[in-house]
Design a protein around this ligand. Structure first.
Ligand SMILES: [Zn+2]
Length: 344
C-alpha cells in the first residue's frame, strides 16, 4: 500500500561556490490524512542541519558518500511527525552540498533513499502510541526514485560539507601520544556541569573497556554471525580492524565531548561527524531508558568518528535482519558494533 510518493527537483545547472538547493516533495496519495515521521527524509532539514543519509548521490560512476551529522536517536516523539492531508503534497528545500561533497564540475545524479519509518492516521493515535511507549505503528515505507540529474559548472571554490567543516575546525596535530598504556586518554569537555561530565567520563572509559573486550572475544561463532552475518575472512578482519581502530584511537587521542546541546534535538542521544574527535551529547543521553546504555551510545559514536561506520539499521531486529541478509552492510553499520559489544 504505497500511498506515499516522494520525488526531487533541482535546477538544471549550478555553479561551484553557490549553494546547491534541491526540493523534496512528499505526496499522500491515499484517502486518509496521515501523520508522517519526518526522520530519515529531507523533511528533517526543515528543522535545521542534516541528520541522516537519505539520498544516493553519484558523480559520474562514483558514489558521493554522506558527510553530515551521524545521529543516534531515541524513540520518536509526537513533534517528530508532520501532518500530510489526503491528496496533499508537502515540500522541503534542502542544501545538498552541506552533506554531500559537490566539489567538481560535471554531471551529478541524486536519487531518494529515504525511509518513512512510521505513520499514523490521526494525531490522537500518535499521542496514545507515544504514551504507551510504542515505537512505531506501521511498516517502513522506502521512498526510492529514478533520481534527477544536474550539471555543475566551474566558478569558485566549492562550499564545504558540514563534515569537512567539522574536521577543519579540529585541525589536530597528528595523534597526541602513544597507545602503550592501553587505557583511554582522558577526554575534555565543552560545557556541562561536573556531574554530567562525570557520567560521560565513566561512559567513555566503559566504552573503551567494552571495545577491548569485544576484540578479545571476536571469533567465528554464533555471536559474530548474529550481528555481522555469515563468516568470511575479509569481512571478519574488517570488523576486528574497526574495533581495534576505535579503541586505539581512544587511547592515543584526546576526544572532546560537547555537552552544550546547542544543536541537538530532544529525541537524540548524541551525534558526531566521521573523521572527527568530538562527540556531541544530546538530552536523551541523560535519560537512557529504551534499551541503550551510556557506554553503548559512546561506542556507537566512536565507531562513526573513527571507523566511518554508517547508520543503516538502528534497532535490534533491524540489525539482526541486516546481518542475515546483507553482511557487507552489517559490517559497516554502527549499531551492529554497538549491539555485538553489548550482548557479549
Ligand atoms: Zn549512528
Amino acid at each position: 500500500m504505497a500511498i506515499l510518493k516522494g520525488w526531487l527537483e533541482a535546477k538544471p545547472v549550478y555553479y561551484l561556490g553557490e549553494e546547491i538547493r534541491l526540493r523534496f516533495f512528499l505526496q499522500n496519495e491515499g484517502k486518509d490524512d496521515l501523520y508522517v515521521l519526518t526522520w530519515y527524509t529531507p523533511l528533517e532539514g526543515l528543522t535545521g542541519d542534516w541528520a541522516s543519509d537519505c539520498l544516493i548521490v553519484n558523480y559520474g560512476e562514483r558514489l558521493v558518500p554522506y558527510d553530515g551529522r551521524m545521529v543516534k536517536r531515541g524513540n520518536p516523539l509526537v513533534k517528530d511527525y508532520i501532518l500530510l492531508r489526503a491528496g496533499n503534497t508537502i515540500t522541503a528545500d534542502f542544501k545538498l552540498h552541506e552533506a554531500y561533497s559537490i566539489s567538481s564540475p560535471g554531471q551529478y545524479r541524486v536519487a531518494l533513499n529515504a525511509i518513512i519509518g512510521d505513520s499514523f492516521s490521526s494525531e490522537i493515535d500518535v499521542v496514545v502510541a507515544k504514551v504507551a511507549g510504542l515505537n512505531q505503528d506501521t511498516e517502513e515505507v522506502v521512498l526510492l526514485g529514478d533520481g534527477i540529474a544536474f550539471l555543475i559548472e566551474a566558478h569558485a571554490e566549492p562550499l564545504r560539507t558540514r563534515g569537512e567543516l567539522a574536521r577543519a575546525l579540529e585541525a589536530h596535530d597528528a595523534d597526541e601520544g602513544n597507545a602503550d598504556e592501553e587505557v583511554p586518554k582522558a577526554p575534555v569537555f565543552n560545557g556541562g556541569d561536573a556531574s554530567r561530565q562525570a557520567i560521560v567520563l565513566m561512559a567513555h572509559n566503559d566504552a573503551y573497556l567494552e571495545g577491548t573486550q569485544a576484540i578479545a572475544r571476536l571469533t567465528n561463532d554464533n555471536q559474530y554471525e548474529k550481528w555481522f552475518g555469515k563468516f568470511k575472512s575479509g569481512r571478519f578482519n574488517q570488523v576486528r580492524r574497526n574495533y581495534v581502530n576505535i579503541t586505539t584511537k581512544m587511547s592515543i587521542a584526546i576526544f572532546t565531548y560537547d555537552l552544550t546541546e546547542s544543536e541537538c534535538d530532544q529525541s537524540w542521544y548524541a551525534y558526531t561527524y566521521k573523521g572527527t574527535q568530538t562527540v556531541f551529547i544530546c538530552s536523551r543521553f541523560w535519560n537512557v531508558y529504551d534499551g541503550h546504555s551510556n557506554r553503548a551510545v559512546i561506542l556507537h559514536e566512536h565507531s562513526h568518528a573513527t571507523a566511518s561506520t554508517n547508520d543503516i539499521a538502528h534497532t535490534v531486529p533491524g540489525c539482526l535482519e541486516l546481518a542475515a541478509k546483507d553482511p557487507a552492510n552489517a559490517i559497516q553499520n554502527a549499531s551492529s558494533y554497538e549491539f555485538y559489544a553489548e550482548t557479549l
